[in-house]
Design a protein around this ligand. Structure first.
Ligand code: COA
Length: 144
């Protein structure tokens, strides 16, 4: 297991292969390689955590660059969780937002389970019941 000081934060989002692998390792819903190849180049700002070149963490911001921003794909590989790395990722994204987003920008995310405690540290507040997240997957059972 790498020490925390051997874990490097790189201001670049993982490539599509590492992205799909890390989502799966972290227990997140799968994305096809094709979806990742289409979507990742539209990232406004993203970071990776690397150990000896291996990607073990990630997070990114998408949006219109003016009015609306969404924080997505926050993940740390299970073997490295609980050591402050989620905070390292969120600190980088929060710093970028505070430096680059307009004062009126609306920043949102969907917090899964206990991850809401992480986001609360960066000023995110729950919107329910006034507003609730609504969603659908385009074709959940389609072949990849
Ligand atoms: C969520 C995730 C990114 C957090 O990364 P991490 O490196 O484990 O988080 P950290 O060690 O930096 O902890 C950050 C804070 O989050 C909170 N937190 C994280 N997991 C928590 C849990 N299971 N229960 C309660 N609080 C939790 C704590 O408040 C913690 O701060 P503290 O140690 O100062 O109290 C990581 O657990 C993960 O990848 N999970 C699977 C994928 C996922 O659910 N991603 C989020 C999608 S919304």
């Amino acid at each position: 297991m790498a020490e925390a000081n051997n874990i490097q934060l790189v201001e670049r989002f993982p490539d599509a292969g590492d992205y799909c692998r890390l989502r799966s390792e972290a227990g997140m819903s799968p994305k096809t390689l094709q979806a990742a190849r289409k979507g990742l180049p539209n990232t406004l700002y993203g970071v990776s955590l690397q150990v000896d070149g291996e990607v073990i963490g990630m997070g990114r911001i998408i949006g219109d660059g003016g009015c609306f921003y969404t924080v997505v794909d926050i993940a740390v590989a299970p073997a490295y969780q609980g050591r402050g790395l989620g905070k390292r990722i969120m600190t980088a994204l929060d710093t970028w937002l505070r430096q680059n987003a307009e004062p009126s920008a609306y920043v949102t995310l969907v917090a899964d389970g206990e991850a809401r405690h992480l986001y609360a540290k960066y000023g995110f507040v729950e919107t329910a019941p006034a507003s609730v997240n609504m969603e659908y997957i385009v074709a959940p059972h389609a072949p990849e």
